[in-house]
Design a protein around this ligand. Structure first.
Ligand SMILES: *Cc1c(COP(=O)(O)O)cnc(C)c1O
Length: 330
């Protein structure tokens, strides 16, 4: 406890109360997304699976929840000076949209190789977009400089208490809608969704097993959980473009190490097969990153036979050219 103690004193670690506050803030604007089921998925796994369809959330991913909550929590002066974010896509779109809905101006720092659909959508929501090179420049430094110049507030994609609390509302809804589950499986990038989900699941269902899923090429979260401290890795290469973070956040890790049981990985091939499953069998488009948790369940990475399982489908933002290219590969 000594090590984590010294870290957590400087951090404001969110609680389930903060998730409930977030839920009230976003209630009139975020979609209460549906929970989908599939006999094929149940037959394939021997489990009863509840897919929480955040691919159908506003702006196409769960990130709208955390972004809206973070903007709603700002004081009047901060609102006037606007917000800044760096993001590989979905957080940018979500923050741009959430800020516009609340009359707050927004600047987004994005990698040059961000998916076209995400850049276009971010601009479409009225954000100013500044590009950087993912492999040579540091997005945090650039974002901080812009924030300082403009007096704007930096809203990070995951390492922030109000973002985490907002993300936790998806699992709160899921558990309220389906009742008890034995296992909750959640995609993991920087840990906003997993940390928020863990706050809700641990509070409502203390015995529920909570598992995060990362791309195999970027298993920093798995290494971190095993080592008991945050492990940094080089920028991973994976089709899961929403989970290319190189370390989990400090606020996030404080929650994960307490409340998450395990972190597993899946391959890009398994993600593609899972995208195909959703398109063919369930008639929905789920982006590669959005398939992480489902891929681990459908490919037997996590044992789930006989269990009631909640699976977060985290997003659906994939441009159709990329989607068909991936599905055409085999
Ligand atoms: C951001 C994102 C993730 C990862 O979320 P974190 O909060 O960074 O762990 C997973 N799926 C999608 C679709 C995302 O946009």
């Amino acid at each position: 406890m000594t090590n984590s103690r010294s870290i957590s004193t400087s951090l404001r670690i969110p609680t389930f109360d903060n998730v409930q506050t977030a839920r009230v803030r976003i209630a009139s604007v975020a979609h209460h997304t549906p929970v989908l089921t599939s006999r094929t998925a149940d037959a394939r796994t021997g489990a009863t699976i509840f897919f929480k369809a955040e691919n159908l959330q506003r702006a196409g991913a769960f990130k709208f929840r955390g972004a809206y909550n973070a903007v709603a929590a700002l004081d009047a002066l901060s609102r006037k000076n606007g917000v800044v974010a760096y993001s590989s896509g979905n957080h940018a779109q979500a923050l741009a949209y959430a800020a516009r809905l609340q009359g707050v101006s927004v600047t987004i720092v994005m990698p040059q190789d961000a998916p076209e659909i995400k850049v276009a959508a971010t601009k479409g929501y009225g954000a100013e977009v500044v590009f950087y090179d993912r492999y040579t420049e540091d997005r945090e430094t650039i974002s901080r400089r812009i924030a300082e110049e403009r007096g704007a507030t930096l809203i990070p994609p995951y390492d922030h208490p109000d973002v985490i609390a907002g993300q936790g509302t998806a699992t709160l809804e899921l558990i309220e809608d389906v009742g008890e589950i034995d296992l909750l499986v959640v995609p993991l990038g920087g840990g906003g969704l997993l940390a928020g989900s863990a706050l809700s699941a641990r509070a409502l269902l203390p015995a529920c097993t909570i598992v995060g899923v990362e791309p195999e090429a970027g298993n920093d979260g798995q290494q971190s959980l095993r080592k008991g401290e945050v492990v940094h890795i080089p920028v991973p290469k994976s089709i899961a473009d929403g989970a290319l973070s190189t370390y989990v956040g400090a606020h996030n890790f404080a929650i994960l190490k307490d409340k998450v049981d395990d972190i597993v990985t899946v391959t890009d091939g398994q993600l593609v097969e899972t995208m195909r499953f959703f398109a063919e069998r369930m008639k929905i488009i789920v982006e590669p990153t959005g398939c992480l948790a489902a891929a681990a369940i459908l490919h037997g990475t996590i044992a789930c036979a006989g269990k009631r399982v909640g699976v977060l489908l985290s997003g659906g933002n994939v441009d159709l050219k990329a989607f068909s290219a991936l599905l055409g590969e085999r």
